[in-house]
Design a protein around this ligand. Sequence first.
Ligand code: ADP
Length: 377
Amino acid sequence: MTSNPTAQGILVLNSGSSSLKYQLLDFTGQVRAHGLIERIEAGSAVGDHASSDYASAIDGVLDSLPADVTVVGVGHRVVHGGFYKEAKLLTPEVIGEIERLCALAPLHNPPALEGIRASMRRRPGVPHVAVFDTAFHATMPPRAYRYAISEALYQENNGELRRYGAHGTSHAYMARRVQELHAHPLKRIITLHLGNGASAAAILDGVSVDTSMGFTPLEGLVMGTRSGDIDAGLVMWLSQKYGPDNINAILNKQSGLKGMSGLSNDLRDLHAAGTPEAQLALDVMVYRLIKYVGAYTAALGGLDALVFTGGIGENDAVVRAQVIAGLHFFGLVLDEEANNVRGQERRITTANSLPAYVIPANEEGEIARQVREVAGI
Ligand code: ADP
């Protein structure tokens, strides 16, 4: 394979709580380098000179990049972007806002900040852009993002006790890509990101008008280890019985597919086990998916396309078939042969049906695209 010696590239960094994922994409979208560094010891993300193992992890990544690609911009995935509606060039002001938002996303924003600071120190000459998971959903109208809590409580907390959503980069990519694939204009789209975390989005004219994750990623669909929607009264009850300190673990780590099946958060294990508990976990997940698509179809005033992505959405033909069967009355008819593939971009409904597509997630590609747009490169 010959490579262009003058290629320009965008480095996409995804700093998790103890890991760093990266991809270097050239301007044709080709991945020129990628990797995952695990077991990073996080330091303090607060303060201008925060240093930690992130700095050496980023040094290692930058030193390992191929010499024939020049990094002309860096994109940073940031989970919580508060009220930001789009990706932002990283200025001291934006960094300050990400730091402030650590209070709302204590597990996710601090490592992203560490990655940002370390890579900006190493590559000060190129634009660094934050791409927020929440940004795509910042267009939601108040009727979708507000909880019915008192106005006084809402104001007292600076209007921050609201729904934000997540997986925005993935939903944005699906909405854009499905329109590229489909010959006719698609006004009303529902996108399903079904991975270990899972969320649905209702998209009207390319803009998110509702999504299933809320103030935190706990709300909404049944996920690998999260319960999704649950009565707040049950949370109070659990809190009294098991103590408030245990609620996070109970609902975020010990629920969902893993908790219900008592086996695993991986759907492949549940199919293989075939126990009544595993089957029930699958049933609850699929039933809730069907309900959400029904509700969002009403919110959108109709449906023009349904899109699946994420580890489950891309690979699990059974879940897709069950969801589409439950939506038969909407005019969705599965093309069984088309559905019976894994991880491929394609339409999975018959020619006369309302269209449903599988679109493999491409968050890094979408982040790189947004970096170029924001930085004008
Ligand atoms: P994350 O949300 O961590 O990025 P992924 O989008 O990679 O996760 O999804 C991971 C999940 O996808 C697994 O836990 C499993 O449930 C599901 N999955 C992955 N591959 C398959 C497969 N071949 N068949 C069914 N489910 C799969």
